[in-house]
Every structure is written in structure tokens, then in C-alpha cells.
Design a protein around this ligand. Structure first.
Ligand code: NAD
Length: 474
């Protein structure tokens, strides 16, 4: 399948695309109240009608604990809808801006208009949240949308298709199930905007397909998110929060701490504290705990297993966990230290419940270690020193940061969420999501005689002087 093909007639999704495109200008004029009505219908479907089925589908796909489904799948969508409902009127208002003296006689403003027909491609780790979250922003901004969810979580994808069919007209929102072939076929079409959540490698494929039509993109990607624990940190509190952030959804979270960089003097204390918190959350038998998820597919299980085998073959130390069970795709919460730089655990995004511990002697050594790698989606700092915290933030680059916590910056809709370069392009959530799906259209209105008309041709000596005065004074 050639992603660059322009022969759309053979494309199985072209008719659906045309259906959405043909009424796009009408959708764009849909007022605030109608957009809110659509969001309310989506809210009822997720919060009430399909709530139990969502919990069941995620149990089948990922063994996701019920409370985790409520907090990390249902709640983020509902809170995104509530946030849009409270703010959309303000976001949709025309935004007046100043007009320079050189344009005297006119006024200026800009409006947010819908981008048009948008494609949302989503991953499997939070299938509902990462599909319907961006959808809320797309609807709020007045777009029509085709969704392609992940094939890795089939129960969730099938249920999302049912929800979309129940809630929306096909010309507003449609969901297409399928694998890479389906994604490729969709990516051939001339969408106005593509919102992709997934791995950096597939992000590059999406971006080059978008370039064919100069479609704008939002790329929510991943990578290795470091966690620094300096020698002023409260080690027990750090362990409590890192164990939560790392082992939720069995580590299959884009913003989970990928690895820890810790002052060597507190390493042993940190490992002890992690042991305590793992037992508190999941007992000393995490396999039997209802609070612990499983790896999504056999392929991902084998990928993580080979990371561990590689580490062991390089004489790394498994400090905690290390047990695996292929049949149930279970991997225990695991901490690994004494890794050499060549270990795959320190090279590739882990996306599973294995936490490498890397020690450092000086903070600048830790900063240099981070800056040698791609810019991360998140960088976490555990420290009680304001000076150290400021130093780290100033000398690194990342999509987002939590100080003395992890993951939770994702939950504040007042903050832009997204990565930088390899970890992403563009931002989402709240107003930033609305903006991602909108075109900022600039408007200048001429009221009276425009002072700039004095500079129209023919260009006499007087006009040359006037041009010089304009440069100097306006
Ligand atoms: P993935 O990139 O393999 O797949 C994502 C989507 O792209 C799926 O719908 C899949 O069908 C499709 N796809 C896969 N290969 C494709 C191809 N060659 N051409 C076109 N489409 C293709 O990612 P994943 O395994 O589903 O998710 C894990 C990755 O996503 C991790 O890197 C993680 O960090 C990242 N992620 C990022 C965020 C974020 O918000 N930044 C959130 C969750 C996951």
C-alpha cells in the first residue's frame, strides 16, 4: 500500500471522507449550543449508558482494574467535556487585537474556525481516553472526524465503534476499525488535520503522509521519560509516587517514569522504599492482586522479556521482581540496576513494568546523561532544593515536568500537554486541544480612509520620504 498514492477512487474510505467533506462548511457554522449538545451526548454514553461495558472491555483487553478504568479512562474524558463546556463560549469568541498606527483607519481581530475533516489515530494503552479525549477537542472546534483506534485492544475498539455509531451521525464522526493497512489507506486521503497518538517511528510515517497534502499534524508521541532523584529528596515519598506512576497499567503509559537517575548515596534506601510501596499497593504476590494490569499482547510481552534477558546477560542486578509468566502476560513490578549503557533497557522506550536505576555522582552528570538522549515527553524531578530544581529545568528540554510527583501534569486541562521533537509536535488538552483542531483566521476591517493609501504608487520623492518616516516612527 503506497501512502503517497493520489488515486482516491480505489480507497475504501474515500466515500466516507467525501460525505464528511461535503458538509464541512455547514458543520463549521454549527453554533456553541449544538457543539455542546454533541459533547453532552458523548458524556452520557461514556458516563452512563456504556460505563459497565467500558470496564468489561478493558478488563478483557488489559486486565485493567476497575478503579483504574474509572480514574484513567472515564474521568479524563468527562473532565475534558466539562472543561470544554465551561470554556467553549469564551474560546469561540472573536479575539480583538491592537492595530498599528501605520494601519490607521482599520481594526483587527482573529477567529478560531474549524480545520475541516480530521483524522484521529489512537494507541492501545488508554484506548478510550486517547481516542475520545482528542475527539472532544475536535468536536468543540467544529470539525468532522474519522477515528482509527488500535487493533491491539479489539474489545475496546469494537465498543468504541458502537458508541460512535450510537452517539453521532456518520458525517460528523465515524470510526473505522483496522490494522496498519487501514491506517495507511486513511493516511492517503487529504485530511485537513491529523491527530496521532503513538510511537515516534509511526509518527514519522504519519507526518510524511500529511506532508503530501500539507495537512497539519498533532503528534503525541513517546520515548524515555527520566526521573531525577537528588540527594535532598524525600526518598520515601519519591518511591511512593514513582511506584504508583511506573506500575499503573503495568507501566504501559506514555508519561510513566521510564528510568530513574539517582544520587548514588541514596540508591539503596530508594530500592528499599520501593519494595515497601510495591507490597503495599500489590501485596507480595502482585500476580494475584486485582490492582495490577497485564501486558497487552504476546509480542509486547516478548519485547519486555528480551529487555530483561539482555540486562541479565550484561550482569545487571534485578533488585526487585523479575518474575514473568507468558500465558497470562504477567510481568512483576521490577527494578533493575548496575546496567551498562549498551543495555537495551537504557536505549529503547520500555513501556512496561521494568524500572532501571542509574546512579550519578553530580547533578550535572545526570543532566548531561538526559541531554545526550532525545528530548523526553516528561522529565520528573524529586528534590527539596529549589536551586537544584531550577538548575535542572533550565538546563534540559522536555514536553512537561512534575516536581516531586509524576504523571499528574497530564490531568490539568489548564496546561498544554505534549512532547517536543521526538516526543511530539503540538499540544492537546483543554484550550490547547481546541486550538490544535482550529485555524486562527486573521481579519482586518477597513473603516475609513487607510493611512497606508498615502503610500500607493506612483512612488514620488514625497512618498519615499514618507516610507522612511513610517519605518522610523510607526
Ligand atoms: P503505535 O505507533 O504502534 O500505534 C499507534 C496507532 O498507529 C495504532 O492505531 C496503529 O494501528 C497505527 N499504526 C501502527 N503502525 C502504523 C503504520 N506503519 N502506519 C500507519 N499507522 C500505523 O503505538 P502503540 O504501540 O499503539 O502505543 C505505544 C506508543 O504510543 C508509545 O511510544 C507511547 O509512548 C506512545 N503514546 C503516547 C501518548 C501521548 O499522549 N504522547 C499516549 C499514549 C501512548
Amino acid at each position: 500500500m503506497d501512502v503517497n498514492s493520489t488515486d482516491f477512487n480505489d480507497n475504501p474510505y474515500y466515500q466516507l471522507f467525501l460525505k464528511q467533506q461535503s458538509q464541512q462548511l455547514n458543520i463549521g457554522t454549527v453554533p456553541y449550543s449544538a457543539r455542546i449538545e454533541k459533547l453532552k451526548k458523548l458524556r452520557t454514553a461514556i458516563e452512563v449508558t456504556f460505563r459497565d461495558q467500558i470496564i468489561e472491555a478493558l478488563h478483557k483487553d488489559l486486565n485493567k482494574p476497575k478503579v483504574e478504568v474509572e480514574l484513567t479512562e472515564i474521568y479524563p474524558i468527562i473532565s475534558e467535556i466539562k472543561f470544554a463546556k465551561s470554556n467553549l463560549r469564551k474560546w469561540m469568541r472573536k479575539q480583538k487585537v491592537d492595530t498599528p498606527m501605520s494601519m490607521l483607519g482599520s481594526s483587527s481581530y482573529y477567529i478560531y474556525e474549524p480545520k475541516g475533516v480530521c483524522l484521529i489515530i489512537s494507541p492501545w494503552n488508554f484506548p478510550f481516553n486517547l481516542t475520545f479525549g482528542p475527539l472532544v477537542s475536535a468536536i468543540a472546534a467544529g470539525n468532522s472526524v474519522i477515528i482509527k483506534p488500535s487493533e491491539m485492544t479489539p474489545n475496546s475498539s469494537a465498543l468504541m465503534e458502537e458508541i460512535v455509531k450510537t452517539v453521532f451521525e456518520e458525517e460528523d464522526v465515524a470510526l473505522v476499525e483496522g490494522e496498519v493497512k487501514t491506517s495507511t489507506q486513511l493516511l492517503q486521503l487529504p485530511f485537513n488535520h491529523i491527530f496521532f497518538t503513538g510511537s515516534p517511528n509511526v509518527g514519522k510515517i504519519v507526518m510524511s503522509a500529511a506532508a503530501k497534502h500539507l495537512a497539519s499534524v498533532t503528534l503525541e508521541l513517546g520515548g524515555k521519560s527520566p526521573t531525577i532523584i537528588d540527594n535532598t529528596a524525600n526518598v520515601d515519598k519519591a518511591a511512593k509516587r514513582i511506584v504508583w506512576g511506573k506500575f499503573m497499567n503495568a507501566g504501559q503509559i506514555c508519561v510513566s517514569p521510564d528510568y530513574v537517575l539517582i544520587d548514588e548515596s541514596i540508591k539503596a534506601k530508594f530500592i528499599e522504599a520501593c519494595k515497601k510501596w510495591i507490597e503495599r499497593y500489590f501485596t507480595n504476590q502482585p500476580k494475584a492482586s486485582d490492582s495490577y494490569a497485564r501486558i497487552v499482547t504476546q509480542k509486547h510481552f516478548e519485547r519486555l522479556q528480551s529487555h530483561l534477558q539482555d540486562a541479565k546477560s550484561l550482569k545487571a542486578k534485578v533488585d526487585i521482581g523479575g518474575e514473568l509468566e507468558a500465558d497470562s502476560k504477567y510481568i512483576a513490578p521490577t527494578l533493575v540496576s548496575n546496567l551498562i549503557d549498551e543495555a537495551t533497557l537504557l536505549d529503547e522506550e520500555i513501556f512496561g513494568p521494568i524500572l532501571p536505576i542509574v546512579t550519578y555522582k553530580t547533578l550535572d552528570e545526570a543532566i548531561a546523561y538526559i541531554n545526550e538522549k532525545e528530548r523526553p515527553l516528561a522529565l520528573y524531578i524529586y528534590s527539596s532544593s529549589k536551586r537544584n530544581t531550577k538548575h535542572i529545568i533550565k538546563n534540559t528540554r522536555a514536553g512537561g515536568t512534575c516536581i516531586n510527583n509524576n504523571v499528574i501534569h497530564y490531568a490539568n486541562h489548564n496546561l498544554p500537554f505534549g512532547g517536543v521533537n521526538n516526543s511530539g509536535i503540538g499540544k492537546s488538552h483543554g484550550f490547547y486541544g481546541f486550538k490544535a483542531f482550529s485555524n486562527q483566521r486573521a481579519v482586518v476591517k477597513q473603516h475609513t480612509f487607510g493611512i497606508n493609501e498615502l503610500l500607493f504608487p506612483p512612488y514620488t520623492n514625497f512618498k519615499e520620504k514618507l516610507a522612511k518616516l513610517t519605518i522610523k516612527w510607526f
